[in-house]
Design a protein around this ligand. Sequence first.
Ligand code: ARG
Length: 464
Amino acid sequence: MGQKKLWAGRFTQQTDEAAERFSSSIQYDKRLYLYDIEGSMAHAVMLASAGIISDSEKERIINGLEQIKNEIESGTFEFRVDREDIHMNIEARLIELTGDAGEKLHTARSRNDQVLTDVRLYLLDAVDNIICQITALQQAFLHKAVQYKNDIMPGFTHMQHAQPVIVAHHLMAYISMLERDKERFSGARARINISPLGACAMAGTALPIDRQMTAHALGFDAVSRNSIDTVSSRDFIIEVLSDCAILGSHLSRLAEELVIWMTPQFRFVALSDAYCTGSSIMPQKKNPDMAELIRGKTGRLNGNLIALLTTVKGLPLSYNRDLQEDKEPLFDSIDTVTAMLTVAQGMIRTMHLNKERMRACADSGFSLATDIADYLVGKHIPFRKAHEIVGAVVAYCIEKNKDFAALDMNEWKSFSDVFGSDIKDMVGADGIDRSVAAKKSEGSTSPAEVERQINHWETILGVL
Ligand code: ARG
């Protein structure tokens, strides 16, 4: 139990110790210290300019805050649970250092607008960092796409062989997914970038403050419009949690593919030893643990989103202490996606794809069936009919234990007399190359379209 609390004017009894621990957030909100100090400095400068405090008081406050920053960064600052949160830890220390001047800092401010100032400033940095990290992962994919732009793999639907695709095409699917993730974070950023400072507890203030001035000093785009909404709302955080969860789901799908691709049954990928671990009992094992953890950590990203949605649901306006529960899920999701992105990037950069194996698999499983149906369409057979004919060919092949290449002309003709000798070329040794080369539509797997995609991403992400 510590000294009298900054808010305890009307209190005659001390806070219960368990209640103090229960309500304290300093353990996790201390990471906001830099933003808290920055916000307080801007506030002090504005108070002086509005004539609410003197210039010498402003100087003492700024110097005191500088000293506190040094104390925190050198590890000598004492974070106290009885001072509840980062705001009151810093303010109480400032009062110790500067007396009256420090006692004036909280004029025309409440922790309700202060905490939001801190979190918004924190998030602007965090979101920028995530966007940079996503770009780095996209670049890693682009690098691999260029490396594997002439190789062919099976494309899947339902985890069954569907059609041959160029490996770069598959890899660049992730670049497109990640681009939308970046757009989502940028969209959220615009709504984060609004100054709450000056909303005070909830109703604003009678003191002659200048909200534009603090907003400008802190680099915010604008000031919030409604003081009640300002201290009540956490949708900017929910949005970030949602963006993290969606990004996580993309990274998790990637992780799942890597896990599958690394199985002895697939053998599509060799992940670097740097991203795998061994087994403590089975000496032969090389496990894709980092990919599994990326997949696994997606659960908590979803959980964090649901946690805050649940906290906010049903809360009356304006500020309620429940809202303090926004920070742990937020910090956890930011830390988690940041770590996931770093590891994913390294894994993609260092992976080796087994192009021979991929090509061999692309050539199996009747993956040219759709091409053959399209061939029949070219001979004026309605697509539904063509589908049925090729289905019958597949059934025949399965029964005879043959692939398309093994069928002779008589066998082809027995299914449709429009089959000409060119069908033998279509399903020959370079059948899968012909298949991808024959694609024409925009965004398809044809070499020309894949090249176009590579060029597109090279202009956006830089040539690697
Ligand atoms: N630690 C609090 C939070 O994170 C700061 C705001 C406290 N406001 C209050 N009226 N008790 O929400």
